[in-house]
Design a protein around this ligand. Structure first.
Ligand code: TRP
Length: 348
């Protein structure tokens, strides 16, 4: 695909507001998605109705939505370029989800990872939202004529369901009504390790916050687990948490670090200090933008509402095609009188 092709294509992704984003989200999702958006027409949205499948604390949900919005904006999302909105602001998504649910076999949903995981964890009857999750996600994607969906490996199955649904819809109701999307998964994307070397995640308590003060950030970085060699000993960088994190943040600084470690007389404390400085240099300016957005929820609401307006525009056009394809279409403004219209009175 050439870059000129790409700019006319749409990329879309959803961000579930279940937590405040951390460094793992930044390196693994935010930074690459913003990079990809440079060559696509992009729709990035906050998947608040997906969060409701597991998050039942209204105050936390609202806070997370603002945290996520401010984080992406601080990391460089330009809302003029990228259509940035709340999932819940475009109600058409539920209509499409219903239509799609009538095309999916329950067996396919029973094989869903999230549903199976919930059962494996001992939840005898997971809520129906968890079961239905992939259908809403398919609607999210298909509503905006999406070509590529940048996601992590864990979402691969969801994209497969979405592709199946789009293909089935087109097969049943007419080729070309829905765009069949592709996942954009960097297979070789390394996991971002947390303080203890395991995958960074909020629930594991090993995450590095994105927008803590310099002082706090340094304190957290100093907690990263390292080897216990003496200062003088030469050390191997490869495979250590501090080196992996530095490599994912800034490869050139990591290369330097590897050389210094191999040469000896450079301790793990020095490596942590170098990583901290690189991290603080990257996050410092973003931290200020974050703070100013976070202090102005009205501004965030306004940005998201403008995004929703643009998103709705596309959503309505898709739903018009979809309704027409399935036989639910009617002339605009005649919702109640349609019954008396003869078939030949309807627009073709
Ligand atoms: N399921 C995704 C996640 O957990 C979030 C999501 C919801 C999404 N709708 C989407 C991602 C549509 C991509 C496209 O991360």
């Amino acid at each position: 695909m050439t870059s000129t092709d790409a700019s006319t294509k749409t990329s879309l992704t959803g961000i579930k507001p279940t937590d405040t984003p951390h460094l793992g989200n930044y390196l693994g999702a935010i930074r690459p998605a913003l990079q990809l958006a440079k060559s696509f027409k992009s729709f990035y949205f906050i998947a608040d109705y997906h969060a409701v499948t597991t998050l039942r604390d209204p105050i936390a949900l609202q806070k997370n939505v603002y945290d996520v919005a401010a984080t992406w904006l601080a990391c460089g999302l330009d809302p003029k370029e990228i259509v940035f909105f709340r999932q819940s602001d475009v109600l058409e998504v539920f209509e499409l989800a219903w239509i799609l649910s009538c095309l999916v076999a329950t067996g396919q949903l029973e094989r869903g990872h999230a549903y199976k995981d919930a059962i494996a964890k001992g939840v005898e009857h997971p809520n129906a939202g968890i079961f239905y999750y992939p259908v809403l996600m398919a609607a999210d994607i298909l509503l905006y004529d999406t070509h590529v969906v940048p996601v992590g490996k864990d979402q691969k199955q969801h994209i497969e369901v979405c592709r199946d649904l789009a293909a089935r819809f087109n097969h049943v109701y007419g080729e070309g009504v829905l765009v069949v999307p592709e996942a954009h998964i960097s297979e070789d994307a390394p996991l971002v390790p947390g303080l203890d070397g395991e995958k960074m995640s909020k629930s594991r308590g090993n995450s590095i916050p994105l927008f803590a003060s310099s002082k706090e950030l340094r304190k957290v970085v100093m907690k990263i687990t390292t080897g216990s060699e003496t200062l003088e000993e030469p050390k191997v960088a490869e495979g250590t948490t501090i080196y992996e994190l530095t490599k994912q943040l800034t490869p050139s600084i990591a290369a330097e670090m590897a050389k210094k470690l191999a040469a000896g007389n450079y301790g793990w404390g020095h490596a942590k200090q170098d990583f901290f400085e690189a991290l603080d240099a990257e996050l410092g300016p973003k931290r200020e933008v974050y703070e100013s957005f976070r202090a102005d929820e009205e501004a965030l609401d306004r940005i998201l509402a403008e995004g929703a307006e643009r998103a709705r525009h596309v959503a309505r056009a898709t739903m018009h095609r979809v309704r027409e394809a399935i036989g639910i279409a009617r002339p605009i403004g005649t919702m109640r009188s349609t019954v008396s219209l003869k078939r030949s009175d309807l627009p073709v």
